[in-house]
Ligand binder design. Structure first.
Ligand code: ZN
Length: 503
């Protein structure tokens, strides 16, 4: 067999596996948006079958034979080339898949599908006991996965590899510690400010149908094509990249809260932009995918916050919002609105948290996940440990588990090790935004006249179109001229919130 034909066969197999994954993605989207409750068992079996098929293909010894042919060929000579990147990534995925027993993969898919349903029930009832047996199963399966994958210092490291290749818990702990040391004084300073926003204006009546209309209009104005995507609602916002021409944003609306639905849409829109900006020719190949989860989150957080919570953004969109929600916003000034959407106060909810306190919510989850994986924390003790984490890092304690440890769907979905990517995303977003502003000039003037295309093109050019040809950190460094540095986020926060609160 020649190396080019072996390479072609590897790519064909990858594309087929990517089709299988996208079928699972669509089933999950349906499960979280439209599926009737009693369909859960059957959906669990469907997902387990697909996961099993995917795993069988991914671990087929034929892949190993093909890799052996291409790895010693001309194709890998230029390490920075597309084929070399694909071959590296296929080898990595093959090695990781081979370490996982088929039965474990199928059991995880089945359990996770059911656990997500039970999480939603538990959350609605504010009763952790309903979710506990499922969390125990998920943690147990994830520990088995970590054992199968192997790790240097702790089980959590093995799970981080799925989201941030190369990241280690100990190194993340150091990053969180230095971030916390700089965030706490800023939060204290803001708490002592004499100026304070009127947040009641965001808690007036915002009819859900109008929120949907306004959200869709805004997403379209920012560049989202509704012929190639849709917007639906659920318990917890998420995004689903079904495939080229099919990007699905899912949010939740509440008729007495403007921010929940709207900023949920902007966040998921940022994810969608990344997927849409990937090279369609390379779809389904490993080097054609997004480079890492943290970088994906950076795109979401950039559109949600750096863009969506800026004064310039609302100079353009507030008049339209006032037309849409006349009874609730007609008397609200741009200054008051902009201040209100940037209220900075320690709160109980991660998704609704302001940009300054947000990373402390992630720190709480990171510490808990790490302890769950090492066995230092039992799933039954999660509510108490959660409340203690909030008291320690944010100075407040939830009244019940719905606003406490049941607020996020990640653990039910088997996503242990995912949370740190939000903080990495925040750091990268601030770094990218600073660089884009430096290169593009007056971003604020562009936003104010409704021109978001230059920023989107910049992100496509510097990040999206490159896929995963190089590791996320290298891509970030090439795009911004410096390695990941939390100084960018701190400068952004001090500048923005210092001005808003006059501190
Ligand atoms: Zn996200």
């Amino acid at each position: 067999m020649t190396a080019p034909s072996a390479y072609e066969e590897l790519l064909r197999r990858c594309r087929e596996e990517s089709l299988l994954s996208s079928i699972a993605e669509l089933l999950e989207w349906d499960e979280l948006t439209h599926m009737p409750e009693e369909g859960a068992e059957h959906r669990g079996r469907q997902q387990a079958l697909l996961a099993g098929l995917h795993h069988q293909r991914a671990t087929d010894p034929r892949v190993g034979d093909l890799l052996d042919v291409v790895e010693s060929s001309e194709l890998t000579r230029d390490a920075a080339s597309l084929p070399a990147a694909n071959i590296r990534l296929i080898r990595r995925a093959y090695s990781r898949a081979r370490r996982l027993p088929q039965a474990l993969v199928e059991e995880q898919a089945r359990v996770v599908s059911l656990a997500q349903q039970e999480w939603a029930v538990a959350r609605a009832a504010a009763d952790f006991r309903i979710f506990l047996p499922w969390l125990e199963k998920v943690v147990h399966l994830k520990q088995a996965e970590a054992q199968a994958q192997g790790y240097d210092s702790e089980p959590y490291d093995a799970l981080l590899e799925d989201y941030e290749p190369g990241a280690r818990a100990a190194q993340l702990a150091g990053m969180f510690a230095s971030l916390r040391d700089e965030l706490l004084p800023l939060i204290d300073t803001i708490a002592g400010a004499r100026r304070w926003p009127r947040t009641d204006i965001l808690k007036r009546n915002f009819p859900i149908e109008q929120q949907r209309l306004f959200g869709e209009e805004t997403a379209a104005a920012l560049g989202f094509d509704f012929n190639a995507g849709r917007l639906d609602t659920t318990v917890h916002p998420f995004f689903s990249a079904v495939g080229p021409g099919d990007c699905r944003i899912v949010t939740r609306f509440s008729d007495n809260d403007f921010c929940d639905g709207f900023f949920g849409i902007l966040h998921e829109l940022g994810h969608a932009f990344y997927e849409i900006g990937l090279d369609p020719e390379q779809h389904g190949t490993p080097a054609g995918e997004a480079a890492a989860v943290g970088l994906h989150e950076s795109q979401a957080r950039l559109w949600e916050n750096a863009v969506g919570r800026s004064r310039a953004f609302w100079r353009h969109f507030l008049p339209r919002a006032q037309q849409t929600f006349q009874a609730s916003l007609a008397d609200v000034s741009l200054e008051d609105f902009h201040f209100a959407i940037n209220v900075c106060v320690p709160s109980l909810n991660r998704v609704r948290a302001d940009e300054v306190t947000y990373n402390l919510h992630i720190l709480v989850r990171f510490e808990l996940e790490r302890a769950l994986m090492s066995g230092d924390l039992k799933p039954a003790d999660v509510p108490a440990a959660w409340n203690e984490g909030y008291r320690r890092h944010l100075g407040i304690v939830p009244a019940d588990d719905a606003e406490g440890c049941l607020q996020d769907g990640h653990w039910g979905a088997g996503l242990i090790g995912y949370f740190p990517t939000y903080t990495l995303g925040n750091l990268m977003a601030a770094q990218l935004f600073a660089r884009a502003a430096g290169e593009l000039g007056e971003l604020e003037e562009m936003f104010a006249r409704g021109d978001f295309a230059p920023l989107l093109s910049w992100l496509r050019e510097r990040i999206h179109r490159h896929g995963h040809v190089q590791p996320a950190n290298d891509l970030l460094e090439a795009a911004t001229g410096s390695p990941l540095d939390h100084g960018f986020l701190m400068r952004y926060l001090r500048g923005k919130f210092g001005e808003l609160y006059d501190v």
